[in-house]
Design a protein. Structure first.
Length: 97
């Protein structure tokens, strides 16, 4: 099954909203189970979240889009923009880090 990524940018000034919605977002990620490959925020130099990167496993782009669009960060308007693309894992040096 192929992987799909989402690269999302937060709206300007959305950090407080992001933090308020974050518990719902994390619950949503839990519902993805083994389909969720990796997820985490983009951060500025102060460590404050500025967007998100996630990779899921899905049958096709339509399924991946549907799963991503259920995320509370999208549904509640945290993101200014996002792009969903098929993604290939070539190298994985993260094991054991």
């Amino acid at each position: 099954m192929p992987f799909y990524s989402i690269v999302a940018k937060d709206k300007s000034g959305a950090l407080d909203q992001r933090m308020a919605v974050r518990p719902e977002h994390l619950k949503h990620l839990e519902t993805l189970g083994d389909r969720l490959i990796i997820a985490g925020p983009f951060q500025n130099e102060e460590g404050k979240a500025t967007g998100s990167f996630m990779v899921i496993e899905a049958d096709d782009l339509a399924t991946a889009t549907s799963l991503f669009e259920q995320d509370p960060f999208i549904k509640q308007g945290v993101f200014e923009s996002w792009d969903i693309s098929r993604w290939g894992l070539t190298i994985n040096n993260s094991a054991g880090r």
